[in-house]
Design a protein around this ligand. Structure first.
Ligand code: 6CS
Ligand code: FE
Length: 294
């Protein structure tokens, strides 16, 4: 691919190269919406966890809304819904910032957008939004990956200037499948082996088998950076860089784990043609047409 500074899924061997983009796109001044300590954390580890950003009342409202979605058979029939391969339970619902008034408002909430704008250094829009459900006893894992690798290859996101904001709708802990992250892994780019299959998203959003790191590279990264677990109460918010290596275990505890995700991308980093030979993924997974700055 021409002009591809982050090639992946093109070779038979994996390669680890240095990140070519900043992590923090603003100066750490006194006017920053976060303390220098938190900004350092984000820059060095590739994530930060902010406890109790949303109140218990707000979390209760969100929980009511997700219960309705989970109980609604019509939701499961929409293209935006991703169900588990084996039990048909709802795994994710995409594009909720467009299709759900309550969550559309959360997407614009300045408690999160001010932070995203600061880290990414200017105007932002939503590249992707989704709810991820991991119901008690039945919730399935998300295998290790860098989001940027997928967004670059399959969506055509040119540079690392995006981040995920995960709002915890239930308590997240090591037992119920909280997100695990490798602190510092965002500073290196790991290319993956193998080509992208046609209509890959129909499979990958249920269980990803292409665009995942090879075993040797994961051993290497885990030895080098270690693995942290984002444990916090409902209402807390995890911000993580688009290239931080992360994944999560299944949930065999009785307690559900539900999280709301917004992916903010800088307005100058809009997606182009994908960096693979496949057609772009649908708008409900990767915003291409409906780009409005928040
Ligand atoms: O393919 C994607 O865009 C998504 N897949 C994963 C496993 N994480 C990020 C994103 O939702
Ligand atoms: Fe991810």
């Amino acid at each position: 691919m021409s002009n591809d500074i982050y090639p992946s899924r093109q070779e038979q061997t994996a390669s680890l190269t240095l990140r070519k983009d900043p992590v923090l796109y603003s100066e750490k001044t006194e006017n920053a919406p976060l303390t220098a300590n938190l900004l350092d954390q984000f820059e060095e580890q590739g994530y930060m966890l902010l406890a109790d950003l949303f109140s218990p009342q707000e979390v209760a409202t969100f929980s009511e809304a997700i219960k309705m979605l989970q109980q609604d058979d019509a939701v499961r029939q929409t293209p935006q819904a991703v169900t588990e391969a084996d039990n048909g339970l709802l795994r994710s619902v995409f594009q909720i910032h467009q299709n759900h008034p309550l969550f559309a408002n959360v997407a614009k909430d300045e408690r999160i957008t001010d932070i995203a704008r600061f880290i990414l250094g200017g105007d932002i829009y939503i590249h992707q939004s989704r709810l991820n459900f991991k119901p008690g006893l039945k919730g399935k894992e998300f295998y290790w990956h860098s989001d940027f690798e997928t967004w670059h290859v399959e969506d055509g996101m040119p540079r690392m200037r995006a981040l995920s904001c995960s709002i915890f709708l239930t308590d997240n802990n090591a037992k119920n499948g909280a997100l695990m992250l490798m602190p510092g892994s965002h500073k290196e780019y790991l290319s993956c082996i193998g080509e992208t299959p046609k209509d890959h998203y129909l499979q990958s959003l249920k269980q990803q088998t292409f665009g995942i790191p090879d075993d040797d590279s994961l051993h290497h990264l885990a030895d080098k950076y270690g693995i942290d677990c984002a444990e916090a109460k409902a209402g807390s918010v995890l911000f993580f860089d688009c290239n931080t290596m992360h994944g999560s275990n299944s949930n065999i505890t009785p307690d559900p784990r539900s999280n709301l995700f917004f992916v903010f991308n800088h307005i100058d980093n809009k997606v182009t043609d994908p960096f693979c030979t496949r057609a772009p993924r649908p708008e409900f997974i990767a915003t291409r047409k409906n780009i409005t700055a928040l």
